[in-house]
Write a protein that binds this ligand. Structure first.
Ligand SMILES: [Zn+2]
Length: 374
């Protein structure tokens, strides 16, 4: 008798989310150190693998010792510490998200998602310009999900009449994300002539399902420009009606994805119209409208990036989260869905007593025995 099996998609072994949220709190969430503080005794002997931030301090001290400047961290500049401990000479930071508030009443979030975008793009066989567009949607969704009022899922969908006809990204909680590119759309992208616009006018839909609410909140707006960043900003202004700005920079170089960074700025109650923070927000909103937003590449450090975007606004770092791909699909979920299909149709769909189904998000293949369903 066949048994339930799951064949993960070719690239699903790289799951930063799973790696950084393993049981036992092994990862150093305070500093987004992917190596994990429990391994630091081994890592201390292996200098090339030394965690960039915590350097073996352990989780309690890690937040306090986060090396925002030379004074915060005892390892900074100390010749006894390996070079990898110094942020500017270390390997790039693992994907993460950081939330801030400024003293002039701005909410700020930064997301670094280069590896996550690369992982999801590889799952869907998307490269080049389509990958850049997918990366913008993933980064935008992660940032918009930071404004959810509680645990939940934010789904960001674009529907256009162009080659990239449908794109959906689910930001699950804070930092987990998956994307859906259907087989039809994928075939269209692979046949793209490299000249025509990939996105045209269309509509953007955002669905927010909060864990504590039974019904989702759904909003759809029309789009006059086929641009992901424009779509996200129009949604915030028209549907959410928040005074905000979403900046995204996704870059390709020599056929590889090298940057997927986003910043979210939102005015909070109490902000002064004449204050520096609001002046910076207006400047970035105007630049977006004129199609010349400030680039986000080049800053290794989140604090430095924010200070470049809104100079003069004192920052308070609130939370750090790991960011990574995650798809909650399972055989049990597919069995529940299949049980909604009439039995005679299931028998027609089955081959050798097995139903095969593929998750459109992560492209994992499930083989489910027919007698498990009917
Ligand atoms: Zn899946």
């Amino acid at each position: 008798m066949p048994s339930i099996s799951r064949r993960p998609s070719a690239n699903s072994s790289h799951t930063p989310w799973a790696a950084t949220t393993s049981k036992g709190g092994r990862s150093c969430i305070s500093c987004i150190c992917a190596q994990g503080w429990k391994n630091t005794s081994r890592l201390r002997r292996t200098r090339s693998l030394m965690p960039m931030h915590c350097g073996g301090h352990g989780p309690r001290q890690c937040r306090r010792l986060l090396p925002r400047n030379g004074d915060d961290c005892p390892g900074w500049g100390n010749p006894r510490w390996p070079r990898a401990h110094r942020p500017h000479t270390a390997r790039p930071m693992p994907d993460h998200m950081t939330r801030y508030a400024t003293s002039d009443h701005l909410a700020v979030a930064v997301v670094r998602a280069t590896d996550t975008v690369a992982t999801i793009a590889a799952q869907h066989d998307v490269q080049g310009e389509p990958r850049r567009i997918l990366g913008e949607a993933i980064t935008a969704s992660l940032l918009m999900a930071t404004r959810l009022k509680g645990p939940g899922v934010l789904s960001f969908s674009l529907r256009t009449s162009s080659c990239f006809a449908h794109l959906r990204v689910d930001a699950i909680g804070l930092g987990s994300v998956r994307a859906m590119v259907t087989d039809t759309v994928r075939a269209g992208l692979q046949a793209w002539n490299g000249v025509d616009a990939l996105l045209g006018p269309g509509e953007v839909e955002v669905v927010k399902q909060l864990a504590q609410e039974s019904q989702p909140y759904r909003s759809t707006i029309q789009l006059d420009r086929g641009e992901v960043v424009w779509a996200a900003n129009r949604y915030l202004a028209v549907s959410e009606q928040v005074d905000a700005c979403l900046l995204i920079d996704v870059r390709e170089r020599d056929g590889a994805l090298v940057e997927a960074t986003g910043v979210y700025l939102q005015r909070l109650p109490g902000a002064d119209d004449d204050g520096a923070g609001i002046a910076h927000l207006r400047r970035h909103q105007l630049a977006l409208t004129e199609g010349r937003p400030m680039g986000l590449a080049g800053d290794q450090d989140d604090d430095g990036l924010i200070q470049r975007l809104i100079p003069g606004s004192p920052l308070q770092r609130l939370h750090d989260y790991p960011v990574g791909f995650h798809c909650p699909c399972s055989a049990e979920r597919f069995i529940t869905t299949l049980r909604g299909i009439p039995q005679h149709e299931l028998r027609e769909l089955a081959e050798d007593g097995v139903l095969e189904t593929t998750c459109e998000f992560c492209r994992s293949v499930y083989r489910i025995p027919l007698d498990e369903v009917i």
